[in-house]
Design a protein around this ligand. Structure first.
Ligand SMILES: C[S@@+](CC[C@H](N)C(=O)[O-])C[C@H]1O[C@@H](n2cnc3c(N)ncnc32)[C@H](O)[C@@H]1O
Length: 217
């Protein structure tokens, strides 16, 4: 288990904190449905257009190199949305077997063609997969959307279905200023903490995989 940033090649977002904060109270409810409004509606209630642009390619390469991913291995993305990371993993590791799960019927309906048959609708706290089914399970900016008991269950499930590696990234902060920005900006998170609180939660869940933080700058 180690703290490691495997999204260090993800482009920094330009979140307009000030304008988002004004809208947040009204739009959290809409965002939490994880429907079209969240992914492809206006920026005040989510991504403001979640389109494939290749930004996951360097992350897929980073995962491949760090975990030694190779043809024939199996990777699960919990909270896969439209399957962009899965698509890029297939690109950078020819022959890899991918699977994805997401709660959003909308996002899955928009999944990229090559992964559409490999994604299922479900919730992270109950993964419909056999124990030790995957060489790598990743979950990026997803389990913090569950309330605390469900978040613990989701981490247990990630642990259960992995036979080797797991990587989880969640909302957190390192400074009071980052915390304040996060709390003003965030739309969907239900469980969040400083890194120490997350480590306690990981221990409670028996989560032994790698992890890192999404910090609102
Ligand atoms: C911030 S997005 C992250 C999507 C993708 N992992 C990424 O990093 O671009 C959060 C994702 O979590 C999904 N999600 C929210 N609650 C979930 C749950 N209980 N189980 C599975 N997925 C969930 C949403 O539909 C959405 O796709």
């Amino acid at each position: 288990m180690s703290e490691i940033n495997l999204l260090d090649r993800y482009p920094r977002s330009c979140r307009d904190i000030a304008s988002r904060a004004a809208a947040v109270a009204d739009q959290r409810e809409v965002a939490k449905r994880f429907g079209r409004e969240y992914f492809d509606g206006d920026r005040g209630q989510g991504y403001g257009g979640y389109r494939y642009d290749g930004r996951w390619v360097p992350i897929a390469e980073r995962l491949r190199d760090h975990y030694g991913l190779a043809a024939g291995q199996r990777v699960l993305d919990v909270g896969c949305a439209k399957g962009f990371l899965l698509h890029d993993l297939r690109r950078v590791v020819p022959g890899i077997c991918v699977a994805g799960l997401d709660v959003s019927a909308y996002a899955l309906g928009q999944a990229m063609d090559d992964v559409r048959g490999s994604v299922v609708r479900g919730s992270a706290e109950r993964l419909p997969f056999a124990s030790r089914a995957f060489d790598l399970v990743v979950s990026i900016n997803t389990v913090h959307n569950l309330d605390r008991p469900a978040c613990v269950e989701a981490l247990r499930e990630i642990e259960r279905v992995s036979r080797r590696h797991r990587y989880v990234q969640v909302d957190s902060w390192l400074t009071d200023e980052q915390r304040a920005k996060f709390e003003r900006w965030q739309l969907t998170a239900a469980t969040y903490s400083d890194p120490e609180g997350w480590r306690r939660l990981f221990r409670e869940a028996g989560y032994g995989g790698d992890y890192y933080w999404t910090i609102t700058e």
